[in-house]
Design a protein around this ligand. Structure first.
Ligand code: CU
Length: 174
């Protein structure tokens, strides 16, 4: 079963990944300089999948709740012990689902954004030490106004809770 998955993953590793800087459809408000009350920014259901053997990237999911009265612009995420974390989204393009990097994601006041399979997600690369299912790592989200929030993110194995993920998620091995 595992070998079958790996075959599938490498089949998907074709270059569906495209860098793009055109991700501001959601952004209607370029405000900056507003001080966010960090207590009003809540991260729930945070999970990162342990790296699969021979895979150079993994995915993380969570829900970001903006309970403040200001729009928030997420610009960066970090996970302790992982060298690089990128914000990604899936988009439909000519009937194909592809993944691309997002430089800024606006979460409107009193809205939430779910990072989930087939949608927004974090891609993590370059582990400094292995992610082990059952442990927790610190996830920090950084916003354009200079504020940040953090939570402990659960490391899960593929078979724990990511069975649906792999169908939707395109791996890239760059
Ligand atoms: Cu991705």
């Amino acid at each position: 079963m595992f070998a079958k998955f790996m075959a599938l993953a490498s089949g998907l590793a074709v270059s569906t990944f495209a860098l793009s800087h055109q991700h501001n459809e959601h952004s209607t408000h370029e405000s900056s300089g507003q001080v966010q009350n960090e207590a009003h920014i809540v991260i729930t259901d945070a999970k990162v999948r342990a790296f699969l053997p021979a895979s150079r990237s993994t995915a993380a999911y969570f829900t970001l709740n903006n309970r403040s009265h200001n729009d928030l612009e997420l610009v960066k995420a970090t996970i302790k012990g992982l060298g690089r974390v990128e914000i990604h989204e899936h988009v439909h393009h000519n009937g194909m689902m592809k993944m691309q990097q997002v430089n800024k994601l606006t979460v409107a006041a009193n809205e939430q954004v779910k990072f989930q399979p087939g949608g927004y997600h974090l891609m993590a690369f370059d582990p400094e030490y292995a992610l082990k299912a059952g442990e927790k790592r610190k996830l920090t989200l950084h916003f354009a106004n200079g504020s940040h929030v953090f939570t402990m993110i659960d490391v899960v194995s593929l078979k724990d809770s990511f069975k649906k993920v792999e169908k939707a998620h395109h791996h890239h091995e760059d």
